[in-house]
Design a protein around this ligand. Structure first.
Ligand code: PLP
Length: 367
């Protein structure tokens, strides 16, 4: 029985006009940026990503787009739809990109305007090398665009230090907030790029229009009817993140990832992403045994009341994801994931050591 009463969501007060700017400034702190502007896209992060691609690409521009999941692939199609010539650099299925592959692609091109990549992947557990990719983009004077939807709260983003030009975040992953409003940080260089392109307003996908209607008007009320529920929820999620401290939120995700990986290894299962420093802190993926579809394993684990997730994208069916995002970045969630996964493998006849996995998780939490 759910104790959730949806009637509580009716008749919310409007989100006050003078709170949007402070809310944007609070988000800047999550990006570690004082140099950029943060604008809100009143929609799920997928739409914010489409808005970014659509706003920065035009015929004649050249983009190098890193693909490590369906999110990156979609970003490439939006860049192409807006007219850019897109060079795709794809990692092995479900794995992080090697900076050398991006570097090789850049070396083949006389001119590059945009380099785009996902930071951390929730769909397969890969972590891309943000600093190296940022440096490569900078070396070619290209705009560097990052999908940080899944990494915010799990990894430091360091927008200013890495000289990032555009980063998109949602609150629904590591920040344990609402999915219906997103934020985009935009550098001065990126605004100059956008301002030099013909705009296509009126459109909810136009960053230029967001700038004109909000930033250039003193950051008061947002245009349209902003979703009050979503903004109140984002405000509350940031309150909770700030009370814990963003560094601690990140440390909690990292600890959950370390414990999940140690637990899998103690079971006798090598994590899907082999290198610890190339693994996302949001989810830990594990391969499923040869000849088994992940859905069968997930269904059996669900009988124990534990929710493992399927892989998303090319590796669907081949991996399961142990989720430790947001409130699941906790001892109890990690322990339940690892032991339930191990218990089902054991029942299926695999030689795994569930007791050792419990000890390994416990050790990371220093219990
Ligand atoms: C979750 C996620 C998104 C946004 O997807 P939603 O469907 O809006 O939750 C975008 N990019 C990445 C890398 C993600 O993990």
């Amino acid at each position: 029985m759910s104790r959730f009463d949806p009637r509580l969501l009716l008749d919310p007060p409007r989100y006050p006009a003078d709170r949007y700017a402070p809310l944007a400034d609070r988000i800047k702190r999550l990006f570690a940026t004082t140099q950029s502007d943060v604008v809100f896209v009143q929609a799920e992060a997928i739409l914010a990503l489409e808005a970014v691609a659509t706003s920065i690409a035009r015929p004649g521009l050249v983009a190098v787009n890193v693909v490590t999941s369906p999110y990156g692939a979609w970003f490439g199609t939006w860049l192409a739809r807006a007219g850019a010539t897109v060079h795709q650099v794809s990692a092995a299925a479900g794995q992080p990109i090697e900076a050398a592959a991006v570097s090789a692609c850049l070396d083949r091109l006389p001119h590059v305007d945009i380099v785009a990549a996902v930071h951390a992947e929730s769909s397969n557990g890969a972590l891309n090398p943000l600093g190296a990719l940022a440096a490569l983009a900078r070396s070619r004077e290209a705009l560097f665009v990052v999908d940080a939807v899944a990494s915010v709260g799990g990894h430091p983003i360091d927008f200013d230090r890495h000289d990032i030009d555009i980063a998109v975040i949602g609150a629904q992953k590591g920040l344990a907030g609402p999915a219906g409003v997103s934020a985009v940080a935009v550098s001065a260089r990126a605004w100059a790029h956008i301002d030099a392109l013909p705009d296509f307003a009126p459109s909810s996908l136009s960053l230029a229009e967001l700038k004109r209607n909000w930033l250039d008007r003193g950051r008061l009320a947002l245009p349209g009817t902003p979703p009050a529920l979503e903004f109140w929820a984002l405000d509350a999620a940031l309150d909770r993140v700030e009370a814990e401290g963003i560094e601690q939120v990140i440390a909690r995700h990292r600890q959950a990832a370390r414990a999940s990986r140690a637990g899998l290894r103690a079971l006798g299962v090598e994590p899907w992403i082999a290198a610890d420093d190339a693994a996302s802190a949001l989810v830990t993926s594990a391969p499923v045994p040869e000849g088994v579809h992940a859905d069968a394993l997930i269904a059996d684990v669900a009988k124990l009341g534990v929710g493992l997730l399927p892989g998303f994208g090319e590796i669907e069916g081949k991996i399961v994801r142990l989720d430790h995002t947001g409130l699941h970045a906790s001892f109890d969630a990690v322990l339940a994931n690892v032991t339930a996964f191990g218990a089902v493998l054991e029942r299926w006849g695999a030689s795994v050591d569930v007791g050792a996995a419990v000890r390994a998780v416990r050790e990371i939490y220093a219990l």
